[in-house]
Write a protein that binds this ligand. Structure first.
Ligand code: ADP
Length: 475
């Protein structure tokens, strides 16, 4: 079985969010299961710069984008036995990874066309193209409507929704002009959603199968609140929609081998977390009792992540014997709030605004709790990383958070974190206060950490489900 995974980002080359973790980890597991896998990504300027000595030139061509002619270079790097192909075009990927607005729409309209043009140039014609999110949404449609009679005629497609909030909306004229889309597709049975052209919608209509990254989210997006205008389209294709929970790359996220940690540990040597906690405290200037719990957030600063709840009650929470640490970047309103918190509560709360992979790992290893009160969360990786590092997630029961975190049950001593259901600041605070009270019970804490660390959230189980799905699609 030959599978091509197409995404806008993937580890180890470039990462801005959870999609990169998935697009990097899934091919490795599929490869272990016997699939022939390749990955195709844009050659973002950051990758071009960092890997300039490793990139191998494969081929180049000029492709047509409506009336325009654009350069297409295909480059390659082999990583962990997987060929990664890169679409090289400085006009589109020579600066920002994501330009925003129509400029970003154009970047990825080009990318979708370029992927299909590049496949024959690589010699790797897959049975299935596995698309990810709106950035790749036009591929299934182009395949079905413009490539019959070519060598891509029998290629199937699957699209995974990692976050339905982002859809790639633009006016019809733009999409038509760049990709020569026939005007007959400008209706609800084609690319139209909410009165404009929509790249994700095109993927949902034309892909053979649709997946999303947890079972709960697969149910949630059939409703207007979570579906963001695409619930009708999804409802119509409900029989082709399923949830496959993401896993973690267990080689990459392993507290026993992670080089960012001061001291490595596993579930048997968990007391070494204390050394990592000391490091975390010193990085964030926390003072006071070492045994007071630390609660962290490692997150994009956007309303999706439940930051309005945090903003509402954080100062009240800081009256408790605990420390708070945040690593994140994003919307100015939240950055301003956390700057204010850091200035008002030095020694008690620590804030680092920015993206820092190494610091994130130090946090997971050193923290006692990880807070994720998301409004919606398709899957969420942070809570799984926390569990693997023996930190207990405190989450809202939505999407993948509901599927991965089981709240502590003090009677049967099962559970691997804490959760609350209503999107309400005081419900969140109640869950946090409960977690803080359990923290003081050393035996319960030990059991909880062990339960969390021994969970199997590796990617293998997910990869097996994707293999079944590809087989079904190929028939
Ligand atoms: P999303 O993809 O919605 O941002 P996930 O929980 O699925 O959320 O994945 C987030 C990933 O990005 C995790 O690996 C998390 O550790 C990482 N991350 C988020 N913000 C930062 C940051 N500021 N610095 C370093 N890593 C971050």
């Amino acid at each position: 079985m030959k599978v091509l995974i197409v995404a806008s980002e993937a580890i180890p080359f470039i990462k801005t969010g959870g999609l990169a973790d998935v697009a990097g980890a899934l091919p490795k597991e599929l490869h272990k299961l016997g699939a022939e896998v390749a990955v195709m990504l844009p050659l973002h300027s950051k990758i071009k710069h960092k890997y300039k000595d490793d990139l191998q030139f494969i081929a180049s061509a000029t492709i047509k984008l409506g009336w325009r002619e654009k350069y297409l270079g295909v480059m390659k790097i082999e990583s962990s036995g997987i060929p990664f192909y890169f679409i090289d075009c400085d006009d589109y990927f020579g600066d920002e990874t994501y330009r925003g607005g129509d400029a970003e729409n154009e970047q990825y309209l080009y990318f979708c066309r370029a992927v299909l043009a590049a496949i024959p140039m690589t010699g790797f014609v897959p049975d299935v193209i596995h698309c990810n999110d709106w950035h790749t949404g036009m591929i299934p449609m182009l395949l079905r409507t413009q490539y019959s009679g070519t060598e891509l005629d029998s290629v199937h497609s699957v699209i995974t929704i990692h976050n339905i909030n982002f859809q790639g909306k633009m006016d019809f004229q733009m999409m038509q002009d760049i990709l020569d889309i026939d005007a007959k597709y400008n209706g609800p049975g084609g690319v139209e959603a909410g009165g404009c052209a929509n790249m994700l919608k095109a993927g949902l209509v034309f892909a053979d199968k649709i997946t999303t990254v947890s079972s709960t989210y697969a149910r949630e997006i059939l409703t207007p609140w979570f579906g963001m205008g695409l619930e009708g389209t999804l409802k119509a294709r409900e029989h082709d929609l399923c949830g496959i929970l993401n896993g973690l790359d267990y080689e990459d996220f392993d507290p026993m081998t992670d080089k960012a940690l001061i001291k490595n540990y596993d579930s048997e040597t968990i007391t070494a977390k204390r050394d990592n906690k000391k490091e975390l405290r010193s990085r964030f200037g926390l003072v006071g009792n070492l045994y007071d719990p630390v609660m962290c957030m490692v997150t994009r600063l956007t309303s999706q992540k439940g930051l309005d709840l945090v903003r509402h009650v954080l100062e009240e929470l800081l009256k408790e014997n605990m420390h708070f640490v945040l690593l994140g970047s994003g919307d100015a309103e939240y950055e301003d709030f956390f700057r204010y918190i850091a200035e008002k509560y030095p020694g008690k709360a620590g804030v680092h605004l920015g993206y820092d992979e190494e610091l994130a790992r130090i946090i997971y290893a050193g923290t006692d709790f990880l807070l994720m009160p998301s409004q919606f969360e398709p899957c969420g990786l942070s809570q799984m990383i926390a569990q693997r590092y023996g930190a207990l997630p405190i989450v809202r029961e939505t999407g993948g958070l509901a599927d991965t975190v089981t709240s502590w049950n003090e009677f049967n001593r099962e559970g691997n974190g804490f959760s609350f259901w209503a999107y309400n600041a005081h419900d969140m605070m109640h869950a946090i206060r409960y977690a803080l009270s359990v923290y003081r019970d050393k035996s319960a804490l030990r059991q909880l950490r062990k339960n969390a660390m021994l969970l199997d959230n590796s990617f293998l189980a997910s990869a097996k489900k994707y293999m079944e799905l590809y087989s079904e699609v190929i028939g």
